[in-house]
Design a protein around this ligand. Sequence first.
Ligand SMILES: Nc1nc2c(c(=O)[nH]1)N[C@H]1C(S)=C(S)[C@@H](COP(=O)(O)OP(=O)(O)OC[C@H]3O[C@@H](n4cnc5c(=O)[nH]c(N)nc54)[C@H](O)[C@@H]3O)O[C@H]1N2
Ligand SMILES: Nc1nc2c(c(=O)[nH]1)N[C@H]1C(S)=C(S)[C@@H](COP(=O)(O)OP(=O)(O)OC[C@H]3O[C@@H](n4cnc5c(=O)[nH]c(N)nc54)[C@H](O)[C@@H]3O)O[C@H]1N2
Ligand code: SF4
Ligand SMILES: [Mo]
Length: 887
Amino acid sequence: MATSTLTTCPYCGVGCGVAATPSNVTGDESHPANQGRLCVKGSALHETLVPNGRLLRPRVAGEDKSWPEALAAVSGAIRDSVAQHGPGSVALYLSGQLLTEDYYVANKLAKGFIGTPHVDTNSRLCMSAAVAAHKRTFGEDCVPGCYEDLELADLLVLTGSNAAWAHPILYQRMHAARRAGRRVVVIDPRRTATADLADLHLKLKPGTDTVLFNGLLAWLVQHNAISPSYIAQHCSGFEETLACAQDVAPSVVSVAAQCDLAEADVERFYCWYADTPRTVTAFSQGINQAVAGTDNCNAIINCHLATGRIGQPGASPFSLTGQPNAMGGREVGGLANTLAAHMEYDTPGAREQLAEFWGTDQLPEAPGYKAVELFEAVHRGDIKVLWIMGTNPAVSLPDSARVREALASCPTVIVSDCMANTDTTALANILLPAAGWGEKDGTVTNSERCISRQRSFLPLSSAARPDWQILASVACELGYARAFQYECPADIFREHAALSALACRVSEGRQIFDIGALAQLTETQYNQLEPTQWPVTLDDVGVLEGASRLFSDGCFATDDGRARLVPIPAGRPRQSVTPRYPFVVNTGRIRDQWHTMTRTALVSRLLTHRQEPSIEIHPDDAFRLNVSDGTLCQLTGPGPKPFLGRARLTLDQRLGEVFIPIHWSGRFASQSVATNLIAAVTDPLSGQPESKHGIASLHSLANQWQARLMRRKSSNDLSDLAEVCDYWCRQPLAHSDSWWLAGSKTVDWSKDATIWLGGEPQLILVDSAQGRFRAARVVDDQLEAVLLVENNVELLPDLVWLDQCFASEQLSSEQRQCLLAGRSVETEEMGALVCSCFQVGDRQIAKAISRGQTTLEALGQTLKCGTNCGSCIPEIRELLQGELLET
Ligand SMILES: Nc1nc2c(c(=O)[nH]1)N[C@H]1C(S)=C(S)[C@@H](COP(=O)(O)OP(=O)(O)OC[C@H]3O[C@@H](n4cnc5c(=O)[nH]c(N)nc54)[C@H](O)[C@@H]3O)O[C@H]1N2
Ligand SMILES: Nc1nc2c(c(=O)[nH]1)N[C@H]1C(S)=C(S)[C@@H](COP(=O)(O)OP(=O)(O)OC[C@H]3O[C@@H](n4cnc5c(=O)[nH]c(N)nc54)[C@H](O)[C@@H]3O)O[C@H]1N2
Ligand code: SF4
Ligand SMILES: [Mo]
């Protein structure tokens, strides 16, 4: 058996350690983040190591090229643009999914040598509000706490975070920390899987978090529950902040009214907070992705400062980072408004010292465009060369249609990606094949400032190269070879570490981010580097020491060493509903998919938990609009493109608000890009877009027919059929490609089925009265294609069962019958998928419960559900509660 390599998971910011071989992954028991556990996405990682869809060769203007040709094209475009229009006509748009070493070289090349300030990253859409808030109050972008604090807290407040799905291993740690007296408050306009953990769920009106936390501060003061001595010794700005809070949120009655909450619930939250010194408030995108994003974060931090609950065991504000290396990007200075290594443009002496360190005189003088502004500048024609690396902005930036226009009109769009076909690569002039996870080597930093090695265990795919190498090659082509002499990632890491020490000196010792102690690592030491939290120091005997908590001594990175409390006005969402667009559109993540699905959609079982884009809606709203569960609906906003999805009726939603997933791109569905409903409005302080608060109207799709089409795997796509359909959604499964289809145009099924099935069907069932048509093409007793036209999709055979039919060497008569007759016995037993690891459905679970397996453990023993990664445990618990209530 191949020995495994210790590396890190490339998905979320929890940063779990993974022991990987090319054919298997397990959790790394020695990694502090996960101690051996992996969530459903992490445990399916080896299944993404397939050649399907990889970008394997450079392409220029649609043609495969050699690396020398591609590098010449890239450097030629940059050189010409700089010569004709100045360095500011070139921009880089990076990603929190790059490794720190990639990021460092990109930042150095752009700011240091091309001389453009326009380097921004998708972290702008993700963490920039938290970054701005940290700087405003602490004087530097630092997360004070560590994961252990989430376990040690006696009161855990989770706001704007669906950790059960988005940070599953942290959620499991929070869950395991349940003990007598420990309380959890979840603050979210939706009831999510995370609310399973809550003793109190505050289902607040979206965008009213500033009111809730201002109200908390005012209430704490009123009830003598703050720490006057901590404020006196370690903070500034308290009086103004309090006055503002009292103005915005004078009483519990006022808070309850503004946030649309019960007074008793607000009061209970405030009392618990007052009574519990060990309190952690963890926050994520429900807080960051708002026009008042920075204010939201500061309103939370204000309460922690006023009570002295910061940097103590079990007591801290905690920003949960999203991407695996969002933090590393922040360290190198990949955001447009920072310079490098936590140094700002206006840090005295920073530019001069950095210029000397890098050996350049090209450093720009002032910050560049933030993501949304950057794409607006592209649209205006000010940016002539845009190099996108490790992100899919055609899908993830707000106002997707305009972003696509901008990309289409930009003279040179360069995209480095490991996948060939994304909505963004489709708009590129030059494509550069990047090495993927398992092939690349470097470091990442997770949410608790822990630097871990990502190690390679696979050879490079074809001509793919690590991003740092591509960047360094372009730098050499441009004539900067002397500054980019890197042989390996360790060379870059050492330089990055040395720069952090320099930055610390520039700040006269105030800067906290300092990993200078790692600047002398030998290559072997780098390869063996254990997970280490920054800042890193060497103790007396030369042993490396990381810091789990910051600010424990009450000293901050500001000029006077005090933390600044910040007066927070009441924030209001900019995109507010109108009679024409009466629904608030909330957007976010689902359990088994990662962002734009370029990698998670390679794993068939990750596509079965949620098969299609959905629109979650309150049943009363649905009833009013004559929409039932499963109806295909269209959301239309002020922008040019709508969002199509299947209605999911749920009491988890508030009235007047819908929730849609962010994952489906033009590659996977005809018209289900969530950002089409999000306007390009941003938080003025951080530039973070208001991605959680679009507006739209909703109506059901006027479709005559609905169908599921499945074909044996081949390279064929559905472009010929798409014209007939008003809606399609594709799922690449293990043995077949599958599409949901719907249309309003009349189709002559008996004629057209032949085209759709790729040949004459052998099995046909027609029931015109019911609008039912079912046909299957069978060749040599094997299923080649099946078309099931059926208006009630509930009556269709189960997806996994259908896919399995393609794997049968000889279709049984029972299978043939079930294909045409509807639900099979097996599928009836499975139902909607709950546990992706062991493929267990809700009907199976319900049946087991009715047989007396009424605990999670008992269900785990019989069905195995929930016993591997545990991501589905909240859903199993909900089924248990529901079934037991009914009986
Ligand atoms: N499965 C999965 N996990 C992921 C990712 C993924 O794509 N898939 N992506 C990773 C990344 S990059 C990130 S940034 C994280 C994001 O992790 P999270 O932020 O936890 O995930 P989201 O689903 O974006 O949003 C969280 C919650 O914010 C709530 N919310 C919306 N508006 C408001 C509001 O006004 N106030 C409050 N208090 N809450 C509100 C939403 O209802 C939602 O439940 O997830 C990471 N983990
Ligand atoms: N409406 C709405 N919009 C949102 C959000 C939301 O909640 N609501 N969330 C926002 C947030 S928090 C985030 S983080 C973004 C995420 O949005 P994106 O960053 O656009 O999404 P990904 O699908 O992760 O894109 C990563 C791309 O990099 C490629 N890739 C993977 N590994 C590598 C590598 O090593 N090198 C290179 N060169 N390429 C690689 C992948 O194939 C993929 O094409 O979306 C944002 N947009
Ligand atoms: S929680 Fe899951 S997705 Fe996040 S790092 Fe761990 S295994 Fe990967
Ligand atoms: Mo993110």
